[in-house]
Design a protein around this ligand. Structure first.
Ligand SMILES: CC(C)(COP(=O)(O)OP(=O)(O)OC[C@H]1O[C@@H](n2cnc3c(N)ncnc32)[C@H](O)[C@@H]1OP(=O)(O)O)[C@@H](O)C(=O)NCCC(=O)NCCS
Length: 350
């Protein structure tokens, strides 16, 4: 049987509900969700996926980011399609999603009484904890034990596809090119924070840091920096990054640099930031806004921020000096709901 796992779309609403209702009908004989359960996850961003076989939806699940792992839930397979490898296929899909986003672990939870623990163990999960839950109440009044299970994801290499580019982790081939672009006198440096001083020592430290990361393959989850690479040649074109303005108040900034100016003005920056911002909003479910910072002489970045629907929120007049002249420091921002609505609007246009 051919099983395809893909992202949920609005057209799946009715069929997915049938699967979900069918899958949960048996469980409801034993327990019901409490108000507490319904609240959990209702305001965090999550993705829904469906498994399709025989031209219909036969399985459903959701997943979301929790700290440094992907948590999945609402897994259900149509009764008539059980024991045919559908759950396994859905979980493989979630593992691949975790890999592509840089997470080395996936986690789920199940009620001990359902007997599902052994099914997950067969698929390679290990029990991580066990607790009495307040999220569900049992029909017989007995306390309900929830078991958390997790599985390590093997090789963890981020690879996020755009139209013209991919955002990916560093590879050894990037180092020579990156090193060359960090040398002084490249045009991109005239625009990317030219008011800051960089020393050769700092650049060397940066390159050694990347080399160490490559050796140990210890990249942070979620990622704070990715390479922008050409989709066809896989060559390094630039990097995107993120940094906290204030982690205490969920205030995150994104940045971008395309090193070769011959590639500017071709929509590459737009493509790369679209993918990066989608990633940042998904892997940081707690953030409600995102910033792009620049200065009034960086026309490219200003246009790009506006094209991405960011609003100019802050303008500090004469706060930057470039070549002896004063420029304004600019702060662009977008709220999560503005970003999501914008994405929907773009999709609807197609
Ligand atoms: C800023 C930067 C990332 C823009 O990337 P890019 O690939 O050239 O941008 P895009 O081609 O996707 O352009 C997006 C929009 O901005 C416009 N634009 C880009 N550069 C422009 C410029 N110098 N002047 C006017 N408009 C410009 C494009 O025409 C496009 O608008 P349109 O679709 O309405 O025509 C790139 O110039 C760069 O890496 N610069 C050096 C590093 C840097 O300054 N980083 C930002 C630090 S704050």
């Amino acid at each position: 049987m051919n099983i395809l796992v893909r992202e949920y779309t609005q057209n799946d609403l009715v069929e997915a509900k049938i699967v979900s209702d069918d899958a949960h009908a048996v469980l409801r004989k034993f327990y019901h969700p409490t108000a507490q359960a319904k609240k959990i996850g209702s305001d965090t961003p999550y993705k829904r996926i469906v498994a399709v076989a025989d031209n219909k939806i036969v399985g459903v699940a959701t997943y979301e980011v929790e700290g440094d792992f992907l948590y999945f839930g609402s897994l259900g397979v149509l009764t008539a399609y059980r024991k045919m490898g559908i759950a396994k296929k859905i979980i493989s899909h979630i593992e691949e999603a975790a890999q592509s986003m840089g997470f080395s672990k996936i986690q789920c939870a199940t009620m001990e009484k359902t007997g599902n623990v052994s099914i997950f163990e067969k698929i390679g999960f290990k029990k991580s904890s066990r607790e009495i839950t307040g999220k569900f109440e049992s029909v017989d009044g007995e306390p309900i034990v929830e078991v958390y299970l997790e599985k390590s994801v093997e090789t963890c290499r981020v690879n996020l596809g755009g139209n013209k580019i991919i955002l990916r982790d560093w590879i050894a081939d990037d180092l020579a090119s990156f090193e060359e672009w960090q040398k002084p006198c490249h045009k991109w440096q005239d625009f990317d924070g030219p008011y800051y001083t960089t020393t050769e020592e700092n650049t060397l430290k940066q390159i050694n840091g990347i080399r160490e990361r490559l050796k140990s393959a210890a990249f942070p989850a979620p990622r704070t920096r990715l390479v922008i690479a050409d989709k066809k040649s896989n060559q390094l074109l630039g990097t995107v990054n993120s940094y906290w303005e204030s982690i205490e108040t969920n205030w995150l900034c994104a940045g971008i640099a395309l090193y070769d100016h011959n590639f500017w003005g071709q929509g590459i920056g737009y493509d790369a930031l679209n993918v990066w911002i989608n990633y940042l909003f998904f892997v940081h479910p707690q953030i409600v806004r995102l910033d792009l910072r620049t200065w009034s002489g960086n026309y490219g970045m200003i246009h790009l921020a506006k094209k991405l629907n960011f609003k100019l929120e802050a303008q500090f007049r004469k706060a930057r000096i470039v070549n002896g002249e004063y420029y304004d420091s600019l702060g662009f921002g977008i709220l999560r709901e503005e970003w999501l609505n914008r994405t929907v609007a773009v999709e609807n246009k197609k």
